[in-house]
Design a protein around this ligand. Structure first.
Ligand code: FES
Ligand code: FES
Length: 209
């Protein structure tokens, strides 16, 4: 009964060999462990929402994870973590970026603005107020990214930055429906609240014009 059919090894031999292989795998994994956990950290200082923070970060940490996990600013959302949804949009030195695509160590000395830094419940940023007034969200998960992105977009328009659909590169672009769609195309809303989001942004753009 102990013999493996068609094989000269006994069942006991096979079990011993299997246990040996498993042990070797564990030893191999343990050998690799120091390399895996021997992460390099780096100290950096950056300004987040007007407050200086000096942090030690694993050099593989994204700006998004630094904001959420170390600074506990969870207003900035993680959607895809691959630069495809815009949920993680923040302003870096005034320009909108996907914080999931940037390593924290790439932003020493930078001035970062997250949704928490735009306004407060008592004193909303005009875009935050407009999103509320125009019902520009359903679940709200994309909303911080939409609002930060819209802040950056309106600033780009103010400075005459053209987009892919700007017909006249010499003229200051206006916020047409096409321009808005193109410029906000990096911010996905899975609830499909696009028409209300567009109304909210357009109302602020009109007031600013
Ligand atoms: Fe950064 Fe989706 S989480 S783009
Ligand atoms: Fe739900 Fe945009 S409001 S994803």
């Amino acid at each position: 009964m102990d013999d493996v059919p068609g094989c000269s090894l006994s069942r006991r031999d096979v079990l011993i060999a299997g246990a040996g292989t498993a042990a070797a795998t564990v030893v191999e994994a343990a050998d690799r462990e120091p390399a895996m956990s021997n992460a390099t950290t780096s100290r950096l200082t950056l300004d987040v929402n007007g407050q200086a923070h000096t942090v030690d970060v694993d050099t593989r940490t994204t700006l998004l994870d630094l904001l959420r996990e170390q600074l506990h600013l969870t207003g900035t959302k993680k959607g895809c973590d691959h630069g495809q949804c815009g949920a993680c949009t923040v302003l870096l030195d005034g320009r909108r970026i996907n914080s999931c695509l940037m390593l924290a160590v790439m932003a020493p000395g930078a001035k970062v603005t997250t949704i928490e830094g735009l306004g407060t419940p008592q004193k909303l940023h005009p875009l935050q107020a407009a999103f509320v007034a125009h019902d520009g969200y359903q679940c709200g998960y994309c909303t911080p990214g939409q609002i930060c992105s819209a802040v950056g977009m309106l600033d780009e328009l103010k400075h005459g930055v053209p987009s892919h659909v700007t017909a006249d590169l010499a003229a200051k672009p206006l916020l047409s429906a096409d321009e808005l769609r193109e410029r906000m195309s990096g911010n996905i809303c899975r609830c499909g609240a696009y028409s209300n989001i567009a109304e909210a942004i357009t109302s602020v753009a009109k007031e600013a014009a």
